[in-house]
Ligand binder design. Structure first.
Ligand code: PLP
Length: 405
């Protein structure tokens, strides 16, 4: 349809949302569905954060604010970046938006010209390439391998960089693999970036607090201070504070870039929800001890899922360092057939048949740029996870080797 912009034709709708929608439809039709597709914690937002929102409403803090956030929240973000990440920022180097998603999008819109390239490691969060396309840039995919548990190596990053590269998007712990880069692994990448001064770093630290087994989180500008001037450190309250619906994300970086992002936001959505901003002040300044409690639950669930899926012949499931996802490979199941004769030719067919035959909803790997895999979100109850993994085990056990006639 010519009325719609040409840019839009290059962009696909979010496959993760598509899976969630299909699972909801099946559920509404009376099917027994277990959704392992959602990217949000099943915990409730902590009470002190809810109370801060209620107090904000009662105090009449219900009007417009500065387009990129109230000073109190910017100060809380600066304090958090110093406390957790040893990074010094002033409030005028901080932008607050409607979720991490808007922050990343604003940054790309503020900087990309046609022909500019953005290096993205695959498997990637589904929105990165499409956001780059929407902003007029060209995504360049650097594919990580299962041998490094889906973490990008220095050589892979180096090979993806060209004179046209504007950004490298970095995400640790990762959606969809849960892989977290330790100091040595990240240092390999920052050493490459130091050699290419024209490349800026957009680091998406949204899963920062969801780290297990004493894994130490580290962010690029913290590890390599020489990158500070060309790094945009992005984060948000959605995942750690179970605040996905409140829609608050933020970034810290060079003043000029932050000013450009503010300009875009002031002419599009204006300020993120005022009440959510006050709730986020409490999230960042208030007690943090529930994070460790939540992580105990997540690590138990991660181990449960990894153990059950690793027991399946033909499936390999690395143990991720963080987030709430696992990303098993189904290399050994490709080419097999289901009892109704469907050939598992790829991960999309695997996920579709799994949903249709067992009611378990997962997201196929091709959506994240690396196949043959699928993503499981373990942000759901132990009982649901156990049942879902049992169904996956049974489904895989019924797959038969194809007989060539
Ligand atoms: C890697 C990654 N970055 C950013 C976001 C966006 O978070 P928000 O809900 O704050 O927009 C998500 C959400 O799924 C994510 O997985």
């Amino acid at each position: 349809m010519t009325f719609l912009s040409a840019t839009l034709s290059r962009v696909k709708p979010s496959p993760t949302i598509a899976v969630t929608t299909k699972a909801q439809e099946l559920k509404a039709a009376g099917r027994d569905v277990i959704g392992l597709g959602a990217g949000e914690p099943d915990f409730d937002t902590p009470q002190n954060i809810k109370d801060a929102a209620i107090a904000a409403i009662a105090a009449g803090k219900t009007k417009y604010t500065a387009p990129d956030g109230i000073i109190e929240l910017k100060q809380a973000i600066c304090a958090k970046l110093l406390r957790d990440n040893e990074l010094t920022y002033a409030p005028d180097q901080v932008s607050v938006g409607t979720g991490g998603k808007q922050i990343l999008y604003n940054a790309l819109m503020a900087t990309l010209n046609p022909g500019d390239e953005v290096v993205i490691a695959a498997p990637y969060w589904v929105s990165y390439p499409d956001m780059v396309l929407l902003a007029g840039g060209t995504p360049v995919i650097a594919t990580a391998s299962s041998q490094t548990n889906y973490k990008l190596t220095a050589d892979q990053l180096e090979a993806a960089i060209t004179p046209k590269t504007k950004w490298f998007i970095f995400n640790s712990p990762s959606n969809p693999t849960g892989a977290g880069y330790n100091r040595e692994e990240l240092k390999e990448l920052t050493d490459v970036l130091i050699r290419h001064p024209h490349v800026w770093v957009m680091t998406d630290d949204i899963y920062e607090h969801l780290m297990y087994d004493d894994f130490e989180f580290v962010t690029p500008a913290q590890l390599e201070p020489r990158l500070y001037e060309r790094t945009l450190t992005c984060n948000g309250v959605s995942k750690a504070y179970a605040m996905t619906g409140w829609r608050i994300g933020y970034a810290a970086g060079p003043k000029e870039l932050i000013g450009a992002m503010r300009k875009i936001q002031s002419q599009s959505t204006s300020n993120p929800c005022t009440i959510s901003q006050w709730a986020s002040v409490e999230a960042l300044n208030g007690p943090q001890d529930f994070l460790a409690e939540n992580n105990k639950t997540f690590v138990r669930r991660r181990n449960l899922v990894v153990d059950m899926l690793s027991a399946i012949e033909g499936m390999t499931c690395p143990v991720p360092e963080g987030a709430f996802y696992v990303y098993p490979s189904i290399g050994g199941l490709i080419g097999k057939t289901t009892p109704d004769g469907t050939i598992i030719e790829n991960d999309a067919i695997f996920a579709t048949k799994l949903l249709e035959d067992t009611g378990v909803a997962v997201v196929f790997g091709a959506a994240f740029g690396l196949s043959p895999n699928f993503r499981v979100s373990y942000a759901t109850s132990d009982a649901a996870l156990k049942e879902a993994c049992t169904r996956i085990q049974t489904f895989c056990a019924t797959l038969a080797q194809r007989i060539n006639t």
